[in-house]
Ligand binder design. Structure first.
Ligand code: BES
Ligand code: MN
Ligand code: ZN
Length: 497
């Protein structure tokens, strides 16, 4: 991230150089602070000819405006002021980031005609600037425009607002969130030759610097625990598996923890049930669930959340090899239940089966939420803007859905039930790892449910949203970091204090 802008906050002013960005409400309404930066009334002339009316997200650029020393004045439309919510401020930050161009210094005049803008909004704008500016360019020795990779100086963005002290305070939490999202995006974007299970576990271990307790279980320890389902997936790879257990204890000592469990298949070739070649490279992102859990733990620790939280990630590589598991193999999971592996490409559920069981046994959590790039079928059902939500608990499902709406990391609830569950009964073992032709995301979820007992649980199938989803105002990257903002919001709204 060589070109991440730096952020600071200041009182409203009239900068004498660089670029100035002002907000403009519906019908072209400008605040006095915005107008102070346009003594020659250039905007009054430019708006009508450009048909700029302040529509949300629209922009108008005026170069070298009359009567100022600045290079550019950019108006950003915010639409109806009464409709501005948390996510809208993030998006506006994203729009600003798209307008930095080559300016070394950018002043954002965060003021609206007839409305006050609080510190949280200013922090949201700042977070949006940072999220939008993220790019995975560490392996580019040249920029796309031919410049040397380190040539581009990061812009200095100053956000001018009524209460800079309050904004700075709110920005501490926003920065924690950005840090977690960026970590998750980096992990998803990183190629699998660099990020194997051991390397991923080392990234989790880094969270100790933030006060997180991190244990890394090795193959030997997992064998001892009887994690035959997870180990069966790993046995075809020369790179050994790991299970990372992260604990952030920011709550009361006696409070049961809440738990998040992630699928961390660093590369999914499909195993012996090998995937087609086209698009297989995307399977470097099959650890998007583990990335989201790691990113979330980062956020909660960095902002010192008042909650006891466990994050568990099952890290394996699913490869083709003389020692790989075969279709028809029967493995015994940590729960004691046996599984007939009819398709080695349905490996995520095998990893999660042992991770969920271990989590439940050891921590007796208040609830467990797992995240996994689990099925292609969820994209057939929901496309790439909603993740699939499955739950045995209505309250948890409703809270998750609401957090999804607030953060625009959207969820859509899908059904569970005994009719679906029986589709994974097996002739030769307690269950098989695939259902029939239909409802593939549901039978995958039914499989997971067999490993959670009565603990409140939700499963988020993020195959369509964690990677390769449509870019938007606050994300231009292949790895989106989906789930981090969603779950931070859930914790903040319901499980702190
Ligand atoms: N990791 C894949 C699911 C996936 C597909 C994620 C595309 C992201 C993009 C998963 O392990 C898988 O292979 N699922 C199979 C299950 C099937 C064999 C029952 C699938 O979806 O085809
Ligand atoms: Mn697979
Ligand atoms: Zn997979």
């Amino acid at each position: 991230m060589t070109s991440t802008p730096s952020i600071s906050f200041a009182k409203p002013g009239t900068p004498k150089k660089g670029s100035v960005i002002v907000f403009c409400a519906e019908d072209g309404a400008l605040s006095d602070a915005a107008r102070a930066n346009d003594p020659g009334k250039t905007m009054d002339r430019a708006f009508p000819v450009a048909d700029f009316t302040g529509k949300f997200g629209s922009t108008l650029e005026v170069l070298a405006p009359e009567g100022t020393g600045i290079d550019r004045l950019v108006a950003v439309g915010v639409g109806k002021v009464s409709a501005l919510d948390d996510y809208a401020w993030l998006k506006l930050g994203g729009v600003i980031a798209s307008q930095l161009r080559k300016s070394a210094e950018v002043a954002v005049i965060l003021d609206l005609a007839g409305a006050s803008v609080d510190g949280a909004a200013a922090a949201g704008v700042a977070a949006g600037v940072l999220l939008r500016s993220y790019g995975f360019d560490k392996y580019k020795t040249k920029k796309d425009n031919g410049d040397k990779a380190d040539d581009k100086k990061a812009a200095k963005v100053t956000i001018h607002c009524a209460d800079p002290a309050a904004a700075k305070k709110a920005f501490a939490d926003a920065e924690a969130i950005v840090g977690g999202v960026v970590l998750a995006r980096d992990l998803v974007n990183e190629p699998a030759n660099v990020l194997g299970p051991v390397e991923f576990a080392a990234q989790a271990k880094e969270l100790e610097k933030l006060g997180v307790k991190v244990e890394i279980l090795t193959e030997k320890e997992m064998k001892k625990l009887g994690m035959g389902a997870l180990l069966g997936v790993a046995q075809g790879s020369v790179r050994p598996p790991r299970l990372a257990v992260m604990q952030w204890n920011g709550g009361k000592a006696k409070d049961k923890p809440i738990a998040f469990v992630g699928k961390g298949v660093v590369f999914d070739s499909g195993g012996v049930s090998i995937k087609p070649a086209a698009g297989m490279e995307d399977m470097k992102g099959d650890m998007g669930g583990a990335a989201a859990v790691t990113g979330l733990v980062h956020v909660l620790a960095a902002r010192k959340a008042k909650a006891n939280v466990v994050g568990i990630i099952g890290l394996v590589e699913n490869m083709v090899d003389g020692n790989a598991q075969r279709p028809g193999d029967i493995v015994t999971s940590m729960s004691g239940q046996t599984i007939e592996v009819l398709n080695t490409d349905a490996e995520g559920r095998l990893v999660l089966a042992d991770a969920l069981w271990y989590c439940n046994q050891r921590f007796e959590p208040k609830f467990m939420i797992d995240l996994a790039t689990l099925t292609g079928a969820v994209m057939v059902a929901l496309g790439q803007t909603h993740a699939g939500l499955f739950s045995n608990n209505d309250e948890l499902a409703e809270r998750l859905t609401a957090s999804g709406t607030a953060t625009q990391e959207k969820l859509w609830r899908m059904p569970l039930g005994s009719d679906y569950d029986k589709l994974i009964d097996s002739k030769n073992a307690d269950m098989k790892n695939i259902g029939g032709r239909y409802g593939g995301s549901i039978t995958a979820a039914q499989f997971l449910q067999r490993f959670v007992k009565d603990t409140p649980w939700a499963h988020l199938d993020i195959a369509g949203t964690a990677m390769g989803s449509p870019t938007n105002e606050i994300n231009q990257s292949w790895g989106s970091g989906y789930g981090v903002r969603l779950l931070d919001r859930l914790v903040r709204d319901h499980y702190e204090g």
